[in-house]
Design a protein around this ligand. Structure first.
Ligand code: XMP
Length: 319
């Protein structure tokens, strides 16, 4: 659309003017905001931009690989894949408190990002996908006031600490405008319409202590669930949908044998801004078919429940 085309040209001009011939780093999460910011800045200044994708090992199935290959191959954007899952999973060992999980992940994220950024010489700017709503209000989560929507990437305090200035080309835009700009920049529709994904990733969808086994089971179950939602044409009607693996094993039967495996909960909500939400009214057929598929296709899960809590009083995530 013509307004976005014009906006894009103007934004590119402003980025060039602000940055000059300095180097810029950007923490890429794979979310729409940081992706659009990165691609826009890359159009403006090319190789002066380096992105760092901090892979904490808490992404969904194939997600890290998809993000990395899209930016490297499709956009030809200089991207460092900081594969640090061992550090993150290691640091989370024995941690079950949701707030401690968030702080552990957030703290390590900053350390890792800073480490990689330090290796690039002559960096003067940090790019962020800050939107207008992030500027006017600080949204807090179940996690409490210390955690804001950009908590994970808005490396709060880091720009000052590293002596960097901020480049925030999306500061005047609302979410739907960022999506329109993303389309203008050629981002695939499947990417633009993606459900939001929290910075701490699967860690907060695995209530209690995290283990590699649980994460692996969770990834598989989540992939089956999202596949079902897409196949039934429901993805775009839903704000967010995911599986949480529950910290409880229950008894089941399989053939002649007894199983003793994890239970999981399916979550799907509609929402306008994530502040309030209603559970999605799936048909019983959909739920039954999905439960059967998960139990048949995912070893380690033998019971599926559907979370019918709205927000408030529930939160969208389980932690
Ligand atoms: P809750 O669970 O509080 O979530 O109803 C509201 C929205 O925020 C996301 N969320 C987070 N995003 N870091 C993030 O970047 C977090 O710690 C965090 N906690 C929740 C959640 O996915 C939903 O979209």
């Amino acid at each position: 659309d013509w307004t976005m085309a014009a906006y894009k040209e103007e934004a590119i001009r402003l980025i060039r003017e602000q940055v000059g011939d300095s180097k810029v780093i950007c923490a890429l999460s794979g979310g729409v905001d940081s992706s659009v910011a990165a691609i826009l800045i890359h159009e403006a200044i090319g190789e002066q931009l380096t992105c760092v994708f901090v892979d904490h090992g808490l992404m969904r199935m194939n997600e890290a690989q998809e993000v990395v290959s899209m930016f490297r191959e499709h956009y030809n954007l200089p991207l460092i894949h900081a594969e640090e899952s061992d550090r993150f999973i290691g640091a989370l060992e024995g941690v079950s408190d949701p707030e401690v999980k968030r702080k552990t992940i957030g703290g390590l994220f900053i350390d890792v990002f800073q480490h990689y950024a330090d290796e690039i010489e002559g960096v003067k700017f940090l790019a962020q996908g800050t939107l207008y709503p992030d500027v006017i209000e600080s949204v807090s989560f179940s996690g409490g006031p210390s955690v804001t929507i950009k908590s994970h990437h808005n490396v709060g305090g880091l720009p000052e600490k590293m002596g960097l200035k901020l480049v925030e080309p999306l500061r005047e835009l609302f979410k739907d405008e960022v999506r329109a700009l993303g389309r203008e920049l050629g981002l695939p529709e499947s990417f633009i319409g993606r459900h939001p994904f929290p910075g701490p990733g699967l860690a907060i969808r695995c209530p209690g202590e995290i283990t590699r086994d649980k994460l692996e089971i969770l990834r598989k179950a989540d992939a089956v669930y999202i596949d079902q939602i897409r196949k039934h044409g429901l993805y775009d009607e839903i704000w967010q949908a995911f599986v949480a693996i529950l910290p409880v094993r229950t008894v089941g039967v399989m053939g002649d044998g007894r199983t003793y495996d994890f239970a999981c909960a399916l979550r799907a909500v509609t929402s306008v801004d994530g502040m309030t939400a209603d559970y999605y009214p799936f048909s019983h057929e959909f739920l039954g078919e999905t439960a059967t598929r998960i139990i048949n296709e995912v070893r380690g899960i033998n019971r599926v429940t559907y979370d019918i809590t709205s927000k408030p009083p529930g939160t969208i995530e389980w932690e």
